[in-house]
Design a protein around this ligand. Structure first.
Ligand SMILES: Nc1ncnc2c1ncn2[C@@H]1O[C@H](COP(=O)(O)OP(=O)(O)OP(=O)(O)O)[C@@H](O)[C@H]1O
Length: 254
């Protein structure tokens, strides 16, 4: 599914937080959103997912303006893994992932084999199947994050928005989860702070700076010494490992 954002502007009271952001994500593409703290990554993801209404501009998913699509219809196609999403504490891992099936079920329908299979497969994909009966509040931070991702996978979406999905994850699971999202047959937009992970897993990257799109392109085109200096305020050496098509950034201490 294609995601098309046209001239999105959003703000609170008199403060503009996102200014005139336009982008297109092709079917199956993984787009990275990077930028310093407060640059507008989460705000943009919420607009793209239809959780916030822009002041002006619009978002089309598969050609449809999402402002005219009901929340339930949208959530059959679109999943959102939020940063530190809140979850009712008195539930099991399995209960949390089962919530991902809600958009697919009608009020009268029982729990089906398809629902059960989607939950099991999602838990297996994030290596949490062995924890399915465990109480949510006893999970570690990284395990909770993986369960939130499993809930989104159980939704069997065609579009996925992920806000810092690698927060709390060890390096094995960071690589595992981002590789899985990239390889799934869906369109995804991922906000990331780790620029090397963005370079490794994203087809294209958008750089936000104070709510404005500063650059958009392949990792190679976007992760330049100049952008790292001007936007991220770091001195860095962008190198290319032998045989690697993607850049690798080495940061210098002051
Ligand atoms: N509901 C709101 N009310 C007021 N200000 C807000 C609101 N939502 C976001 N902001 C402000 O908008 C700016 C962008 O926030 P946002 O969370 O989108 O940034 P971010 O790039 O995701 O940051 P981080 O990397 O720190 O997670 C911040 O300065 C934030 O304080």
């Amino acid at each position: 599914m294609t995601i098309l954002a046209e001239n999105l502007t959003w703000g609170v009271k008199r403060r503009t937080i996102l200014s005139d952001v336009s982008l297109r994500v092709a079917p199956g593409e993984t787009l990275g959103l990077i930028g310093p703290n407060g640059s507008g990554k989460s705000s943009l993801l919420r607009l793209l997912a239809g959780l916030r209404r822009p002041i002006s501009g619009r978002v089309r998913i598969n050609g449809q303006d999402i402002a005219h699509v009901s929340r339930k219809a949208l959530s059959r196609q679109v999943a959102f893994v939020q940063q530190s999403a809140a979850t009712d504490t008195n539930v099991t891992v399995s209960d949390v992932v089962r919530l991902g099936r809600t958009p697919h079920r009608s009020a009268l329908a029982g729990w089906s084999e398809t629902d059960e299979a989607a939950v099991t497969q999602a838990l297996e994909r994030v290596e949490m199947a062995a924890h399915r009966k465990q109480a949510w509040q006893t999970l570690s931070g990284g395990e909770r994050q993986r369960v939130h991702i499993a809930r989104a996978l159980a939704q069997t979406p065609q579009v996925m928005f992920l806000d810092e999905p690698t927060n709390h994850l060890d390096i094995h699971h960071q690589i595992e989860i981002l590789g899985m999202v990239r390889d799934l047959d869906l369109t995804s937009v991922i906000a990331l702070h780790d620029l090397n992970l963005a370079a490794m897993f994203c087809d294209r990257i958008v750089v936000l700076e104070r709510g404005v799109m500063r650059a958009c392109g392949t990792p190679d085109a976007v992760l330049t010494r100049e952008i790292l200096r001007d936007v991220f305020r770091v001195t860095a050496h962008v190198c290319r490992l032998q045989d690697a098509s993607r850049p690798h950034i080495r940061f210098s201490a002051k």
